[in-house]
Design a binder for this molecule. Structure first.
Ligand code: ZN
Length: 177
């Protein structure tokens, strides 16, 4: 299987992924291991399964990987979440984000300040997370991915068009090299 990073406008980034029903299996453990490896290799703070072509609701996060000084004081968290769902959103903040599936794009978008997330671990045990700060933002970004929602969707239509024009121009130049 090809686990290379999928970049926009790859179709798998626009689709809602399937729920996992194979807990406690080598298959699930392998997917999570591959996702962590790939995330560290690409120096990301989070990765959603569909970003490397795995069609399930799985995300991995390691907030210690952040280069954003605003967040470096926060306690770091390393997590693999299966079938995660946001059950509560509260407050609003502006968040400056990049995405491994949009090389070179960095945008500032509105996010909830706090989220409560329900998920399973790889054994199928329930996990509830109550997050603010950087973890909250990363959870929102990655959970959006497995629901087929790219972060550019939070821009106004005009801004989104400009960002995408610039992005596609750059992608084209990169391909010619
Ligand atoms: Zn992303």
């Amino acid at each position: 299987m090809d686990y290379s990073i999928r970049v926009w406008p790859d179709k798998i980034l626009k689709e809602k992924m399937q729920e996992v029903d194979f807990f406690n299996t080598e298959k699930l453990k392998d997917y999570v291991d591959i996702m962590f490896d790939k995330m560290y290799q690409l120096e990301g703070v989070g990765l959603a399964a569909n970003q490397i072509g795995i069609p399930y609701q799985i995300i991995v996060i390691d907030t210690s990987q952040t280069k954003n000084e605003e967040y470096q004081e926060e306690e770091s968290v390393k997590l693999a979440l299966v079938n995660p769902k946001i059950v509560l959103k509260e407050g609003e903040r502006q968040s400056t984000e990049g995405c491994l599936s949009f090389p070179g794009v960095q945008i500032t978008i509105p996010r909830a300040e706090r989220v409560v997330v329900e998920a399973k671990d790889i054994s199928g045990e329930s996990i509830t997370l109550d997050a603010t700060g950087f973890l909250s933002v990363v959870l929102q970004h990655e959970i959006d991915h497995i629901n087929g929602i790219p972060f550019i969707n939070y821009l106004s239509p005009t801004k989104k068009r400009l960002v995408l024009e610039k992005y596609f121009k750059k992608q084209k130049t990169a391909q010619k090299k």
